[in-house]
Design a binder for this molecule. Sequence first.
Ligand code: GLN
Length: 268
Amino acid sequence: MALASVSASPRLDAEVLLAQVLGTSRVAILADADRPLEPPQWEAYNELIARRAALEPIAYITGHKEFYGFDFVVDPRVLVPRPETELIIELALDWWPRKLLQANTIADIGTGSGCLAVTLALLLPQAHVYAVDLSRDALEVARLNAQRHDVASRVTFLHGNGCQPLPELVALLVSNPPYTVLAEVDQNVRRWEPQLALDGGAERGLAIPIHILRQAPSYLLPGGQLLMEIGAWQGVAALEVTQRAFPQARVRLHQDLAGLDRVVAVET
Ligand code: GLN
């Protein structure tokens, strides 16, 4: 099988790609497994298999990725949403009903596909979300996702660096910034996904997260919450930097399902 040496789930990948060609679901093709393909369908299928064999992420080939149960449009202009990022949604949903603030403003710094901004807008109907990105290309994808999920009227898209474009202080600040050391990132991820979304710069990838963490106190309302994704190796350093940026606040780390440090949280 062409995908066996490149994918951990070759059969699943092949089924997803076949469903894409036939414009149907995986379940439907499994139920109708004996139906022969027409030659043009074969050709289209083999093209997709060749792209996957060249290690292109399946989400770029299909143009979709599920995040927190919602379907997001993705393409090489944005990072493919990762399941571990869902932890930020869980923590935000846990905190929101307990918040003592009147304000319902949220900022998502480095929104990419908009998976955090749009999911929060969907699940918190009173919220107004500012979705910020340095990449105008990414903002276009995020805008599309907000429109598809009917939350565009409650998401404001802002182009710029870190928290700077925010027009007001917010109750909740979330971010999945670039935090990797590019040279250490899986070759295939590096080859296909946007470098701007991955490369955290110096300090073992923590330079950009630190930049945002240092800005954050000026943009967060007293009583607000900050949730930022980090790399598993950055827990101790991120905790220290964050505590310094918010000397009065309660700062803690949260682990993902694999038990790895994944989110630094601040309750001001
Ligand atoms: N989790 C991603 C990866 O390891 C990185 C995401 C990021 O830098 N924000 O590929």
